[in-house]
Design a protein around this ligand. Structure first.
Ligand SMILES: [Zn+2]
Length: 370
């Protein structure tokens, strides 16, 4: 470990600031640790006995240590930082409050579960009073292949690293960055992972990185999505059944949906249900419309209506607007590509093509993938 506690001190000390003649202790199990340093190894502390079971037991301890680490990392950057400072105007105690040159930054280290409602209230409270807020989350919220609302609400965006989440692992005293997070229909999440020793290392990485996630899907990948969706239709799942019934009531075979319902790019990580479902409903509505043209804003209202009904998205308070704009843009692009919408001049008006082809089976559709 890089950080340990000195005797009679509450704060953590970095191994690079080790002083001879003092005793050091593991912040987790409180056992004495020894200082190690060599020509080929970074200075660090180690347990005398190999095991430290402390962290498996509770989150509260991880939370306490995490806050101290955040404070220490801020101080290493010559910023003043306070743990649980009471802010009377909002009646809240942020985990760590850091004084920046022109503003104050609240860092919340969330280890335990948190409701979306409390998340929004807390975030809003800080923002309204001029504080900047940054959420770091504990390992319990670790990203897997599927997103949950619990994880989704913490997602933020940076132009150099795309959609991201920052974790603090109090046990290894490291920051874990999940970045370039995107969503692919039926396959779930894709992202990169990187581990950092402290906040400075993360900030440097973010500054230097340039995004290179592969967003475009290949023909083979799209065909794979269709195959997987077909398989899913054989299992009972009420959500999917509702979608199948919805098409059936409108005299269409669900699996025969037009190819323009299939996104050809990976999408922002905001999905609870596949992109296909709301797009199918949009197509069905466009088909029965009597008007011959539609404006961009009318299309967006239609999109929003169906996205709401199909509960397609999670709430991502930081990036809702950005994510949904990217989703809508991707759909309009597909509709234009498959000539369901034809742009009129350079204005944001489109001509509607009412004859949209539905396939009789998925195999035929796979052949048509361009
Ligand atoms: Zn220990």
């Amino acid at each position: 470990m890089i950080y340990a506690k000195m005797e009679h001190h509450e704060e953590l000390v970095c191994a690079t600031d080790f002083k001879r003649g003092y005793n050091y202790f593991c912040p987790g199990c409180k056992e004495r640790v020894t200082f190690k340093n060599g020509p080929h190894k970074q200075a660090h502390f180690a347990h005398y006995k190999k095991t430290c079971h402390y962290f498996s037991e509770g989150e509260t301890d991880a939370h306490v240590i995490g806050k101290k680490l955040i404070k220490l990392w801020a101080e290493k950057r010559h910023k003043q930082a306070k743990i649980e400072e009471y802010l009377p105007e909002i009646k809240q105690r942020p985990d760590v409050l850091i004084n920046l040159r022109n503003s104050q930054l609240v860092v919340e280290y969330q280890c335990s579960p948190l409701s979306l409602d409390s998340f929004c209230k807390r975030t809003k409270g800080y923002k309204e009073h001029g504080y900047r807020i940054f959420w770091i989350i504990g390992k319990r919220h670790m990203l897997g292949q599927r997103l949950t609302q619990q994880q989704a609400m913490f997602i933020n965006f940076h132009k150099n690293i795309g959609y991201f989440l920052v974790y603090l692992d109090a046990e290894t005293q490291c920051l874990i960055l999940k970045y370039e997070i995107c969503f692919e229909n039926l396959y779930g999440l894709r992202y990169r992972t990187r581990i950092f020793a402290d906040a400075t290392a993360v900030m440097l990485f973010v500054k230097m990185n340039s995004r290179n996630e592969v967003l475009a899907l290949t023909r083979v990948e799209l065909a794979g999505q269709l195959t997987k969706l077909e398989k899913n239709c054989h299992y009972f799942n009420r959500y999917l059944k509702n979608q199948i019934d919805y098409c059936y009531e409108r005299r269409q075979l669900f699996m025969g949906f037009p190819l323009c319902c299939l996104s050809e790019v990976r999408l922002p990580p905001i999905y609870q249900h596949e992109d296909i479902f709301w797009r199918i409903r949009v197509i069905l509505e466009l088909q029965k419309m009597t008007a011959n043209s539609i404006t961009r804003s009318e299309i967006e209202v239609m999109f929003m209506k169906h996205q709401k009904i199909t509960k397609n998205f999670f709430e991502l308070p930081f990036v809702n607007r950005l994510g949904r704009k990217q989703v809508n843009d991707a759909c309009i692009k597909s509709l234009i590509k498959y000539r369901v919408l034809i742009p009129i001049d350079t204005t944001e008006n489109y001509q509607i093509c009412h004859k949209i082809e539905w396939a009789n089976d998925a195999a035929l559709k796979k052949e048509k993938l361009r």
